[in-house]
Design a protein around this ligand. Structure first.
Ligand SMILES: [Zn+2]
Length: 301
């Protein structure tokens, strides 16, 4: 295994994209009760030049692994689960030897379940942006929760077990209560399909196929009117969205299931950022951007 492939693999953590270009924009109705908090479960580092095309190979970026806790009067949920209690065993079992020099996390891990238990918070539902290892690791820590995954993503899991697909040790345990769902044919915010989780426009799932076939993003509209779009691994850095830049060629080649669809999703998100200057599009792993919001138990309202 040459060192370049190792370097490239090290960047690949997970992903998704969209092919939606509908222009329908339904005005969301902010919910006074919605809030979110970033639960930082772990981190690692990667060269900017691997994270996005045009980045410097002399700059190292911090790569976060977070679960997003969303609270709403009608129920709370996690968007992704981050690194969980069993990540060491999962990693040992399912990360292939040739990928380990590049695909790693830096201890310590602070699982979402541990942090939530300490705070006395329970979550009845987890929604996956997609099912890659660094997003699904914590699922087994929540056997009482319903785990929402698109039918496309669940089918892809079954057809592509193991790295760079999902880890059998993470998505295989029978204790996980899967709930497969489909987005509705309702254009929203420039996307052709959507799913309004609470019926008030405050939390809406949007299709971002590309990184993986069934990946989704989550658009939150807070009481202040401020909007945050969690875009999973469509990109690994907010800078990539500003530049409409894909991951490095090798990173995208390995990590993005459909590179063309991934790029369409990047361009859609870029367009939305231009149309909505107040919109914050949040890549799952951009630690520098997430640092500006703070971490659990700090809330964004
Ligand atoms: Zn990821």
């Amino acid at each position: 295994m040459n060192k370049y492939l190792h370097l490239l693999l090290g960047l690949l953590l997970s992903f998704t994209v969209s092919s939606a270009f509908a222009d329908t924009l339904a005005p969301p109705i902010p919910s006074a009760g919605i809030a979110f908090s970033l639960i930082k479960t772990g981190h690692t580092h990667a060269q900017a030049g691997m994270v996005y095309s045009g980045g410097s190979f002399f700059q190292k970026l911090e790569i976060n692994h977070v679960a997003v806790l969303v609270q709403h009067p009608r129920g709370s949920f996690l968007f992704d689960s981050g690194l969980g209690k069993e990540v060491a065993a999962q990693y040992q079992q399912d990360m292939p030897w040739w990928a380990k020099p590049s695909f790693y996390y830096e201890p310590p891990v602070n699982p979402a379940r541990t942090q939530l238990d300490q705070a006395g918070i329970t979550v009845p539902r987890i929604i996956l942006s997609h099912s890659h290892w660094d997003h699904a690791s914590g699922l087994v820590d929540f056997p009482e929760a319903e785990v929402w995954i698109t039918a496309e993503e669940r089918n892809w899991d079954r057809q592509h077990p193991g790295f760079p697909g999902s880890f059998p040790s993470q998505v295989g345990p029978p204790s996980i209560q899967w709930h497969t769902y489909a987005l509705e044919d309702k254009p929203y915010f420039g996307f052709p399909r959507s799913l309004d989780l609470f019926g008030d426009g405050s939390a809406v799932l949007l299709p971002l196929p590309g990184h993986t076939p069934g990946a989704v993003g989550l658009l939150l509209t807070l009481a202040s009117g401020k909007q945050y779009l969690f875009c999973g691994d469509t990109v690994w850095s907010a800078q990539a969205l500003k530049d409409s830049s894909p991951k490095s060629f090798l990173a995208s080649f390995i990590a993005d299931d459909d590179r063309a669809a991934t790029q369409r999703a990047i361009e859609l998100l870029h367009k939305l950022m231009l149309q909505h200057p107040g919109l914050v599009v949040m890549p799952a792993h951009d630690a520098a951007l997430q640092d500006t919001l703070g971490y659990f138990p700090q809330w964004v309202r």
